[in-house]
Design a protein around this ligand. Sequence first.
Ligand SMILES: Nc1ncnc2c1ncn2[C@@H]1O[C@H](COP(=O)(O)OP(=O)(O)OP(=O)(O)O)[C@@H](O)[C@H]1O
Ligand SMILES: [Mg+2]
Length: 302
Amino acid sequence: MRMHVMDAPATLVAAMDAAIEAPVPPKVSVSEPTSSATSSVDVAGERTAADSKKPPLLSIEDVSVTFGGFHAISHVSTTVGENEIRFFIGPNGAGKTTILDAICGKNHVSDGRIVFKGRYDLARMKDYKIANLGVSRKFQAPSVFPGITILENMELAAANRHSLYSTTFLNLKPEQRDYIRYILDFVGLYDMRFDYPTRLSHGQKQWLEIGMLLTQRPELLLLDEPVAGMSRRETEHTAELLQRIKRECSVIVVEHDMQFAKDVSDDVTVFHEGKVLAEGTMDEVSKNQTVIDVYLGRGGDA
Ligand SMILES: Nc1ncnc2c1ncn2[C@@H]1O[C@H](COP(=O)(O)OP(=O)(O)OP(=O)(O)O)[C@@H](O)[C@H]1O
Ligand SMILES: [Mg+2]
């Protein structure tokens, strides 16, 4: 099957949709609505005319993260829309990974709210519940299992399993298996599906991981330095994949590769010392003298 995931015919799209009903609990059951006392959105569904505009997919509101007494993130606010690719850029130690970890529930948020779909405060939720809502995080270190095949890695991910307990009892539906094939083709690994991940190049391993995340049909994908260590050709292929993934979900990418950011981003948020320094298109922030002084002029190559 040589079919491209984002250009699939209607029948396959229907199969994909069927596959989404997937291994996660019903979304409503994991709901931890935001507190109506502090919220401008009403979780009971009583929106005023002024609130009728669709909320952004993600709204980071005055968020701070501290480690001991150290303020890694201080009063950060930004919003990410549907089908947007946002880049978080900035010098080492600026807080980019810390904010990704806060969004996916890995870091404790000491202040502020992270509102998903106008309804869920991720800052008050456990990481597994956030994942079940459709927020998928790719870490810098690879998280594929080297001792099982590429296909089996995809199957484990589709079944939402994170251990090697057994790949024989996964009980995936035919639609889910179709969808796995479809994603494998999309990331260019279908012909290697029976190989072990150790056969893959660095770039291919990253694409496998992205494919594993896609099996969960995320609404928000969080990628930390996805093209670090990739060749320029692999980076360009990753850019193409992200442009197509964007049709189905939003993506936040942390990156130091400024050409990649320029090619792929809708908007970028520039972090510096735990705060937002600037936000706009890559062209706009590239002209910002403070951004040039603290980052782009010192090694960023936009
Ligand atoms: N678990 C932790 N405990 C203590 N300090 C931490 C922890 N995690 C991050 N920090 C500190 O918080 C600050 C922000 O780190 P973070 O990893 O978010 O930076 P970054 O922007 O991702 O940098 P890089 O581009 O180098 O990956 C740094 O000073 C870092 O040392
Ligand atoms: Mg980082």
